[in-house]
Design a protein around this ligand. Structure first.
Ligand SMILES: Cc1ncc(COP(=O)(O)O)c(C=O)c1O
Length: 346
């Protein structure tokens, strides 16, 4: 009880200060949540929509994020509008991403939802420019950012978004269950999560908007409290080293996969457009999945026969193979992947 009632809140504040410093935000504007999915749900629940209102998403977004907003729009008789960025591929400029979004804005658009780094296509989206364009039109932006934490230098103040949803178990390698939600100050009042609990400080300090999220019944705060150690570890290796080393591997892998498959990536070969993971199109000759929910046979074979984990994702009619690199990977892993592909890609 002493831990829950007295020690935990200051410890969470301390962990939040570390996160705030890392992502360029005032810790007062951040709340810990289990993961980006929970954060996105909190944003959806706290976005009032009337019949006819629109939420603007795009065709590079994560499947579950589509589903959250499709559901929210359905129950509100609102419309989920999908900006077609995939149609402008290959992408060669910031405008190739920003313009399809801007052109899909209408007088009824109530929110833009956009990834910082896209899941199926591994593209670093120009989120600062997207936020600027949306702000000029008076539209708030919610960024889905789980892949950006640690992979990129994230500065939320500079990006200028209204909401940012993150999971820190990905590239930061913090424990599962260590996500955060950033809410711009003028949008914090009245935020309520999907679960109702005490909604107040346990230690008796002055109330804050995060209190409704901090205490969702008795649960294990260890993932949040372990975040500073994860930062310390990565900073010990050197963030710049981590980013350079893993990008170099992603770059090598990209060029070998492009040569092997005879295809071209959707984005320029530049660290501005991708970081530690790369998504390479498969040739048209590779059959699509038989069932939408099934794993692609190539992904299954690489896993089962070679113990290589690379998702093969269907993306608006194309198949993309995505390879990710962390500190435990080396160029030998790319050799292994290429040897495995030579055996199973016929
Ligand atoms: C772009 C993107 N958004 C959201 C999520 C959901 O993250 P989580 O499962 O940690 O909630 C993922 C997970 O892979 C993702 O890649």
């Amino acid at each position: 009880m002493e831990f829950y009632l007295q020690t935990m809140e200051p410890a969470i504040d301390e962990a939040m200060s570390v996160v705030g410093e890392f992502v360029g935000a005032d810790p007062k504007d951040l709340a810990f949540v289990d993961n980006a999915t929970v954060a996105m749900n909190v944003v959806a629940e706290n976005t009032p929509l009337k019949p006819g209102d629109e939420v603007l998403i795009n065709d590079h977004e994560y499947g579950a994020v589509f589903r959250i907003w499709r559901h929210k729009c359905e129950i509100s008789s609102a419309k989920l509008v999908t900006a077609r960025i995939a149609e402008t591929a290959p992408i060669s400029s910031v405008d190739d991403v920003v313009q399809p979004i801007v052109q899909s804005v209408t007088a009824r658009t109530k929110l833009v939802v956009v990834s910082h780094i896209t899941s199926p296509s591994a593209i670093v989206f120009p989120v600062k420019e997207i936020c600027k364009a949306a702000r000029e039109r008076g539209i708030p932006v919610c960024i889905d950012g789980p892949h950006a934490i640690a992979m990129r230098d994230v500065n939320l103040t500079d990006i200028g978004c209204d909401y940012y949803c993150a999971s820190m178990h990905k590239w930061l390698s913090a424990p599962c269950g260590s996500g955060f939600l950033f809410v711009r100050r003028d949008r914090q009042i009245g935020i309520q999560p999907h679960l109702t609990s005490w909604g107040k400080s346990l230690s008796g300090r002055a109330e804050r908007w995060q209190d409704v999220l901090n205490w969702l019944g008795t649960r294990d705060p260890a993932p949040f409290l372990a975040i500073p150690t994860a930062f310390e570890f990565l900073e010990g290796v050197g963030l710049a080293n981590f980013r350079r080393q893993t990008h170099e591997l992603a770059k090598q892998c990209r060029s070998r996969l492009e040569e092997f498959f005879g295809t071209k990536c959707l984005i320029p070969d530049s660290i501005d457009w991708y970081g530690s993971m790369t998504a390479v199109p498969l040739p048209e000759s590779v059959p699509k999945k038989s069932k939408p929910n099934a794993m692609h046979p190539l992904q299954q074979e690489l896993r089962d026969r070679f113990r290589i984990e690379v998702p093969v994702m269907e993306y608006f009619g194309h198949l993309l193979l995505r390879a990710s690199f962390h500190l435990y990977n080396s160029a030998e892993d790319i050799d292994r992947l290429m040897e495995a592909l030579a055996k199973c890609h016929r």
